[in-house]
Design a protein around this ligand. Structure first.
Ligand code: BV8
Length: 246
């Protein structure tokens, strides 16, 4: 049974005085909604597939039907779940502090469904289709066929950032700029294995920000954080919010 860490008073104090909080989230924040994390995404029929292969342009070109089946399975799964108290607490948090920037690696859109507005979708959104050749948004025809671009006829692909693909310029620039300007950086529910997202904490540290990690199991890099809170984000974040509102 996960025991969720108490929140150090010094961190609550720092959050109370914060002018700009920057939050990085990963799949762990959506786990309590029933969305499998990337690590344990390969359940059941997808167990034999390496997500790092499926989530690549090469994987798509070698078998676009398989890639679309995987993404439609994940879309269906996400459309059947609700944001959890962790998502909701971050949305309320945004209204409590002068400025909050939420950089998410999640493509599920659950932060926005919980009411968060200043969200940078660092790895895109699973419900958006894009032309594989031009990158422009393609209306989802809803057909079960392989979607194509109505302009150039090229295949359409899920609007996410695949391994080996660059982070969209605007997302990259604003995430780096906001992280370099924040006075508190929270890394929540991420294994901090995927770059450049995993490099944001270094930018925050070199900008003198206070840093904290919230994760059910401290990550390999936990020692670089000023505070490490072991526990479920869906339990710790509402507690954090309560302690800030008193
Ligand atoms: C690029 C979208 C270059 C698709 C994703 C430097 C060093 C080494 C490698 C690289 C490097 N720089 C670049 C690379 C290569 C690569 C990379 O980082 N590889 C890794 C595997 C080593 N990076 C890239 O390819 C990036 N692009 O570098 O382009 C370039 C530049 C210019 C021009 C051309 C190219 C692009 C990376 C983006 C890939 N797309 N997602 C999709 O979703 O289908 S990544 C995907 O995996 C997620 O978005 C996320 O980022 C990652 C999964 O990580 P997490 O979210 O952290 O999830 P995970 O399951 O791992 O962990 C869950 C955590 O939650 C755990 O710690 C667990 O303990 C915790 N947890 C569980 N339950 C809870 C909880 N915590 C709290 N509460 C709970 N209840």
């Amino acid at each position: 049974m996960t025991r969720d860490a108490a929140i150090p008073d010094a961190l609550i104090e720092a959050l109370r005085d914060a002018q700009h909080v920057c939050v990085l989230t990963g799949a762990g924040v959506s786990a309590e909604s029933g969305v499998p994390t990337f690590r344990d995404a390969q359940q059941g029929l997808w167990a034999e597939y390496d997500p790092h292969k499926l989530a690549t342009p090469e994987g798509f070109l070698s078998d676009p039907s398989l890639t679309w089946e995987w993404y439609r399975w994940r879309r269906q799964l996400v459309s059947e779940v609700e944001p959890n108290p962790g998502h909701v607490a971050l949305a309320k948090f945004e209204r409590l502090v002068p400025k909050l920037t939420l950089v998410t690696q999640n493509v599920d859109g659950l932060h926005q469904r919980a009411g968060s507005t200043s969200v940078i979708e660092f790895h895109g959104n699973i419900f958006v289709d894009r032309c594989f050749a031009e990158g422009s948004i393609v209306e989802d025809s809803g057909s079960k066929e392989l979607p194509t671009c109505p302009r150039c006829g090229s295949l359409a692909r899920p609007g996410v950032v695949w391994f080996g693909e660059a982070i969209p310029g605007d997302a990259m620039d604003s995430a780096f700029a906001e992280t370099a300007a924040c006075d508190i950086f929270l890394s929540i529910g991420t294994s901090s294995q995927v770059y450049p997202a995993a490099g944001l904490v270094e930018i925050a540290r070199s900008a003198g920000a206070v840093t904290a990690e919230i994760n059910v199991e401290p990550t390999e890099d936990a020692s670089i954080f000023d505070y490490v809170l072991a526990g479920r984000s869906g339990v710790i974040l509402p507690k954090l919010l309560d302690s800030l509102s008193v």
